[in-house]
Design a protein around this ligand. Structure first.
Ligand SMILES: [Fe+2]
Ligand SMILES: [Fe+2]
Length: 295
């Protein structure tokens, strides 16, 4: 869909991102924390309002609890977006679909159903249910490897092939494998997709774990939306197991792109968070369950 690159997607009028779940519950909050991510991305463009449920944590319980505490109802969700196969982003789907109580489109990469194995190949960290099981709960799969416009000003990044990633992001920090033709082969997380939202003050990129590399993701989001200003980058950057050099190059690249604000948590890791804090100061914020970002 390279013909779409640089096409004018329009802009949204309002964007609110509700952190329904993060690893960190926050200071003096009553929210539940769990290793995983879930956001409710609430967007308004003209007459159209969409509430996009971006990832669904490991299980539905903490998300549904936090939603209620935030005055949000699962029935308000219009569409579910799954950033990649990992259980800490997809595990809650069935429980949440049950709570939504109606058929709902679920956007993901077509390869999301493959086995995804950690290091030795013994543990599957991929989707903990089948495509068909999710359908029984009301999932209407929309599987697309390419950028897909969800509404005016909102587009998915689509996959980022290894050769399109910046040099220091061509290897995933996690050693991941899959099975192809009966053989254990490296898995470069082609199913990792993110969300790009164009606001009047610039682009907002929302990512789950950033296995494709957060710099490569922001670059792709800029390219497909034709945006110059990056207002904010939100999500997990998976630098928890990255070396100092990769962390340094990531911070440097986002600074050079003049990213306005960084909201991160989950798998970013303390070392990288400290480095981002040092660089971005008051423009850096650590995510936590219950944090509402209004942009
Ligand atoms: Fe994750
Ligand atoms: Fe992940």
């Amino acid at each position: 869909m390279s013909g779409m690159e640089g096409w004018d997607f329009g802009e949204v009028d309002h964007l609110s991102i509700y952190t329904l779940l993060d690893d960190y519950a926050g200071y003096e909050t009553g929210f539940y924390g769990q290793h995983g991510i879930s956001f409710l991305v609430d967007v308004v463009a003209g007459e159209v309002r969409r509430r996009i449920l971006f990832d669904v944590g490991q299980s539905g319980e903490p998300i549904l609890y936090n939603m209620e505490k935030m005055g949000l109802g699962p029935g308000e969700v219009n569409v579910v977006f799954l950033s990649h196969c990992h259980y800490d982003h997809t595990g809650g789907l069935l429980e949440i679909l049950r709570a939504i109580g109606k058929e709902v489109p679920v956007i993901a990469h077509p390869r999301i159903f493959r086995k995804n194995l950690v290091r030795s190949g013994s543990r599957n960290v991929g989707l903990p249910y089948t495509k068909e099981e999710a359908e029984e709960y009301g999932a209407r799969w929309i599987l697309d490897s390419q950028p897909r416009e969800l509404m005016e000003g909102v587009i998915t990044t689509g996959e980022i092939p290894r050769e399109e990633r910046v040099d220091f992001e061509r290897e995933t920090t996690l050693g991941l494998y899959t099975i192809e033709a009966g053989k254990l082969v490296r898995d470069y997380m082609l199913d990792d997709i993110s969300l790009a939202v164009r606001t009047r003050e610039g682009l907002v990129v929302v990512s789950g774990c950033s296995h494709a590399g957060i710099v490569s993701i922001v670059e792709k989001a800029k390219r497909i939306t034709g945006s110059r200003e990056v207002r904010a980058v939100v999500g997990g950057f998976h630098l928890i197991d990255a070396d100092d050099r990769r962390i340094e190059r990531t911070v440097e690249a986002l600074r050079e792109m003049r990213v306005g604000r960084i909201y991160t948590g989950h798998c970013t890791g303390l070392r990288a968070e400290c480095r981002f804090l040092r660089e971005f100061r008051e423009r850096f914020e650590k995510l936590h369950s219950g944090r509402i970002i209004k942009l």
